[in-house]
Design a protein around this ligand. Structure first.
Ligand SMILES: Nc1ncnc2c1ncn2[C@@H]1O[C@H](COP(=O)(O)OP(=O)(O)OP(=O)(O)O)[C@@H](O)[C@H]1O
Length: 243
């Protein structure tokens, strides 16, 4: 099923067209990599989807009901199921891994929910920690984690909100080879039952993701397909790889 559809979107900053008639669709499951040269519009694309930037024209529709995301505030879009992972981790360093995850879980409502909430919450926290590979780190102060572990914790914090679409900005940056491998496995696993869109510069990392690739250039889609397909496209070689 089609989860997100961006069509004919344009954004102009001070007369400069950062996004130019961009159309791009994302299915409800699976991984997608978005690549492209500096200034291609990758960050602005994510800003539009998350409601941070409003386009001048075009449509952005979401979910079964084709909800118009352009009418929703940022907080509403997050609640609708779009989670965004920025490049630098923003975990609470003085809190433990468990406390960081607990804060991100949806607050249970109602008097009966509260009675059972603690045990259920611990189960969720353990489940998420397991999923991102931090099961042995729950009691550690987050500030002591490695850079990669902080990134995984932040992904865990997003998972606590059950997103249907995860937008992940340059996850491999600053990671050791072992951390990259773990991150690739994690993203691929997460994409089994949700949509995961990864913006990434590192071609080796993209290759290991082994997924459909969208190449952006000057604010629109230049090519789309497997990595081998797009990297053999002469236009892509010209604007991105050949330099
Ligand atoms: N708020 C803004 N005001 C003015 N220009 C902007 C603004 N945001 C982005 N731009 C410009 O829009 C273009 C697209 O930027 P964007 O950050 O989306 O590209 P990118 O593909 O993410 O690049 P990078 O790979 O360097 O992160 C760039 O030329 C940038 O300078």
């Amino acid at each position: 099923m089609r989860l997100l559809e961006v069509s004919g979107v344009s954004v102009t900053f001070d007369g400069f067209r950062a996004i130019d008639n961009l159309s791009l669709a994302v299915e409800d499951r699976g991984l997608r990599a978005v690549i492209g040269p500096n200034g291609a519009g990758k960050t602005t694309f994510m800003d539009i989807v998350t409601g941070k930037t409003r386009p001048d024209e075009g449509r952005v529709v979401w979910g079964e009901e084709n909800a118009n995301l352009l009418k929703l505030r940022e907080s509403r879009i997050a609640q609708a199921g779009i989670g965004r992972k920025f490049q630098r981790p923003t975990v609470f360093e003085d809190q433990t891994v468990r406390e960081n995850l607990a804060m991100s879980l949806k607050a249970p409502r109602g008097p009966f929910a509260v009675l059972f909430a603690r045990r259920a919450e611990e189960g969720r926290i353990r489940g998420i920690a397991d999923e991102v590979g931090l099961a042995g780190q729950l009691s550690r102060r987050s500030g002591e984690l490695s850079h990669g572990q902080k990134q995984w914790l932040e992904i865990g914090m997003l998972l606590a909100q059950d997103p249907r679409l995860l937008l992940v900005d340059e996850p491999a940056a600053g990671m050791t080879p072992a951390e990259r491998e773990h991150t690739t496995d994690l993203l691929r696993r997460l994409a089994r039952d949700r949509a995961v869109v990864v913006v990434e510069h590192d071609m080796d990392f993209v290759r290991r993701l082994d997924c459909r690739v969208t190449v952006l250039h000057e604010g629109s889609v230049l090519a789309e397909g497997s990595l081998d397909f797009v990297t053999s496209n002469p236009d892509v070689i010209d604007v991105y790889l050949g330099r």
